[in-house]
Design a binder for this molecule. Sequence first.
Ligand code: CO
Length: 199
Amino acid sequence: MNIKLTLLTAACALALSACGDNSAPAPASTATPPPAPADTTPAQTPPAPAEAATPAEAAQTPATAGTDPVVTGCEIVIESNDAMQFNTKSIAIPSSCSDFKITMNHVGKMPVAAMGHNVVITASGDMAGVVADGMAAGLDAGFLKPDDERVIAATEMIGGGETTSVSFSVSDLQAGEAYKFFCSFPGHSALMNGTISVE
Ligand code: CO
C-alpha cells in the first residue's frame, strides 16, 4: 500500500516535472533548452519522491491531527509518526475485557535509531523513572531497563513503516486508577504520553 503510493507519487512527480520542463522552455525557444532539463531531471529524481511523499503522507494520516482511534472489542490500533506524536492522548480499556491488545503503527519514515517509538504502560508515578532508566539502558535494550518491574506492558521499539503490538492482562491494572502509556525513546515521553485506564 505504502510502496504503491510512493511509486505512484514518484511517478506523478516525475510526470509533473517532465511536463513542467517541457512546457516551460517550449514557449521560449524550441530547440536549445530541452537538453538542459533532460540532464537536470535525472539528477533531481532521488530527492523528488521524498519531498513528494510528505504531502501524500500528511493527507494519508488525518487521524494524527483529528479523530482519536477507538477501542474495538478488546483492542486498539494507534499511530505514531516522525513528528514524535501518538494520535491519541487517552485509552479507555473496557472492564469487561480480560486481555487487551495495543497495536501501534509507526507511519513515519525515519529509522528506529533516529525516531524510534514504543508503547510502554506504567503507573503514572513511574513514567519518569522508567524513562530515565530506559535512556541508560540504550537502544539495544529498546530504551527500557531489562525486567523493569514497573513496566506493566511494553511493545518493542520500532522505526518508520513498522508495526508492533502487545497484549496484557487487564487485571494488571486497577479499575478507576490512572496509568500512563508513553514512548521510552529519550526525550519522546514529553510529547508522546497519554492516560490509559480501565473503565
Ligand atoms: Co518515540
